[in-house]
Design a protein around this ligand. Structure first.
Ligand SMILES: [Zn+2]
Length: 209
């Protein structure tokens, strides 16, 4: 399930190519020091198994970089400037909630790991809610056909697991079947929406675009 808001994508940490982006706040006088500390942070995050990227590009402002990485959906942003280093801190920002807070550099590995787990869990709950509120289970084939044809989006159906039924459904409605990614249990006594035999799987159906 894709996530996003008006700032762009929000990637679940498990699939994000970059899980934490480090953005140094660079000034001429303190540039060397800040970049050195930022590299150390990147190394220590990677050591903890976090896919971290240091955006050391000179030609772009921090604000420009914030927007760019937000658009790409990177789950965590770490800001570090000369004042932060003096305080032994960085700013840790969450892409999903927009929350920003100061974190001690010594505790960053831990804080980032926990934040990534929390983002993953909260996106999962949102997906599940989306499925529950936007997808109706349909037992009647004629109604199912109508929902798909009207462009009503998704419909949840029970299916016997036979590829012949799957092909027929696709032929007659244009909808393809997708397994619901939440270990959805088949309700007892469910019947295949197409052939009426005992259902083996609960799937959702939608037209492929
Ligand atoms: Zn069937």
């Amino acid at each position: 399930m894709a996530h996003g808001d008006d700032k762009g994508l929000v990637l679940p940490p498990k699939i994000a190519p970059v899980q934490a982006v480090i953005i140094p706040i660079l000034f001429e006088k303190t540039k060397g020091e800040v970049l050195a500390e930022a590299s150390k942070i990147q190394y220590s995050l990677e050591e903890a198994g976090i896919r971290a990227h240091l955006d050391a590009r000179d030609a772009y402002s921090p604000g420009f970089k914030f927007n760019e990485w937000e658009l790409k959906g990177v789950p965590l942003r770490i800001e570090i400037g000369p004042r932060d280093i003096k305080n032994g801190e960085v700013i840790l920002a969450r892409r999903d909630t927009g929350e920003k807070r100061n974190v001690k550099i010594t505790g960053l590995k831990n804080a980032a790991t926990i934040a990534l787990e929390s983002i993953q869990a909260s996106l999962f709950v949102k997906s599940r809610k989306f499925v529950e509120t936007h997808i109706t289970e349909v037992k009647d084939y004629a109604i199912f056909k109508k929902i798909v044809e009207d462009g009503g989006g998704f419909a949840q159906i029970s299916w016997c697991g036979d590829s012949k039924c799957e092909e027929k459904i696709k032929e007659e409605t244009g909808a393809t079947l997708r397994v619901i990614p939440f270990d959805e249990k088949v309700k007892p006594k469910s019947k295949c929406v197409y052939c009426g035999k005992d259902a083996k799987e609960s799937v959702y159906a939608a037209r492929a675009y």
